[in-house]
Design a binder for this molecule. Structure first.
Ligand code: ZN
Ligand code: ZN
Ligand code: ZN
Length: 89
């Protein structure tokens, strides 16, 4: 993970928080997840790359939505998939 910020991260002024503490895709199939991420473009909350289904990164690739925030309590950071960018807030 690089430490630089990119234009996508710089453009975030208000961080979207998870509306529900569950992966919107995993709940449909009864799958489990490890951590949750919230898309900063559309607000979808999906599972991280440590989870079996990696819905957050699949969503980022399929939709072109670059930035997610951690949905985990106490974690305040953003991640940009295309730039591998990381920023705390
Ligand atoms: Zn970026
Ligand atoms: Zn999932
Ligand atoms: Zn999205």
């Amino acid at each position: 993970m690089s430490n630089g910020t990119c234009a996508h991260l710089s453009a975030i002024t208000t961080v979207r928080q998870a509306k529900r503490r569950e992966c919107a895709e995993c709940v449909k199939t009864g799958a489990g997840w490890v951590h949750l991420r919230t898309c900063q473009e559309c607000g979808a909350t999906l599972c991280c790359d440590s989870s079996p289904n990696q819905h957050a990164s699949k969503h980022a690739r399929a939709s072109g939505h670059p930035v997610v925030a951690s949905s985990e309590p106490g974690e305040r950071w953003l991640y940009c998939y295309p730039d591998d960018g990381f920023a705390e807030y």
